[in-house]
Design a protein. Structure first.
Length: 138
């Protein structure tokens, strides 16, 4: 719940729909909830955004992230892009608390591919500024 609250908090300036998707962004990956159940409970728009941020399948993280980044690079779903960005920032903020910085190192290795897929000029520059400050501190 802590992670979901962190993501939703980062999305507060971007509106209620982004916050709802922020709370639901892992539900298809981590539970038995189906797309149809999401549609019934939250509507098509929310369900479509959750699908857009859901990791694709793959044998390992590298494959999953490559497929997911390819999907996000083509996405025109603004809410999904906002949520994906806020999710990454929340993960980075949490990883800074990790004493061995293993996750932070992983996110730094993945950053160029992630940024190429997700960054949209003018869309959530404040979140990207914070991401960049963590990834490449001055």
């Amino acid at each position: 719940v802590y992670h979901l609250d962190a993501v939703a908090s980062l999305l507060q300036p971007f509106g209620e729909e982004a916050q709802i998707v922020g709370y639901l962004h892992d539900v298809l990956e981590d539970t038995h909830v189906t797309f149809d159940e999401l549609c019934t409970q939250f509507g098509q728009s929310i369900a479509d955004s959750v699908v857009a941020v859901t990791d694709e399948s793959g044998e390992n993280r590298r494959q999953r992230k490559a497929k997911t980044n390819a999907k996000l690079a083509l996405s025109t779903n603004t809410v999904a892009i906002l949520v994906t960005t806020a999710d990454r920032l929340a993960n980075l903020l949490e990883s800074q608390l990790d004493s061995d910085n293993g996750k932070l190192k992983m996110y730094r290795r993945e950053h160029a591919d992630f940024r190429n897929a997700v960054y949209r000029q003018g869309l959530c520059e404040s979140l990207w500024k914070r991401i960049d400050d963590i990834i490449a501190p001055t």
